[in-house]
Design a protein around this ligand. Sequence first.
Ligand SMILES: [Zn+2]
Ligand SMILES: [Zn+2]
Length: 217
Amino acid sequence: MAQPRPWLDEIIDALKELGGHGTLHDLSEKILERDIMNFEENPLFRARIRGAIYNHSSDGTFFKGEAGGSKDIFYSVAGIGKGHWGLRNYEPTEDTVDITEDDMGFEEGKKKLKQHIVRERNPQVIKLAKERFKEKHGRLYCEVCTFDFFERYGEIGEDFIEGHHTIPVSELEEGQKTRVEDIALVCSNCHKMLHRRRPWLSKDELKKLINNKQTNY
Ligand SMILES: [Zn+2]
Ligand SMILES: [Zn+2]
């Protein structure tokens, strides 16, 4: 059976879902999860993915150049051999980041917000932040309100938490990497509230708001 679509198209869409960049591992996992391609036909599909990327990146060793018929689509995020690839000229769109009606009111901040959300979707950093948090506290819970998805929702909530990048994009230097230390783990409600005011509230400011609210009763 033929493939339902070219691998290249699938790789591009999967990378978009990953926020514009990802490791070969995360990319393969994402493509498996999307479950569109015929994996039986290409049991070595991971190598196929790597090949397609190398053929379409001027950072790759097989690139024949635009004149050779291959477009320069991907760039190496962390250097060749690190297996971390991104889409050149990737601009997050509304359907790749779920910004809310509130966010739409801030025209000038929209692009910044998108960049912010893409940054905090970095799967490696979030994974590391979660691991570290669990090592330290034994479980995952919201750093602002202590909400625990597993406790509330059971199995489906296990291991679920959102990552919030505590440094605004405007304060980051070009090309600066996302550090685990800069990720706050928060529940979805607190995350939305953190973004609701410009400039964004800090974790502690939001915590304070919750505490004041409670003593007001
Ligand atoms: Zn919370
Ligand atoms: Zn955030």
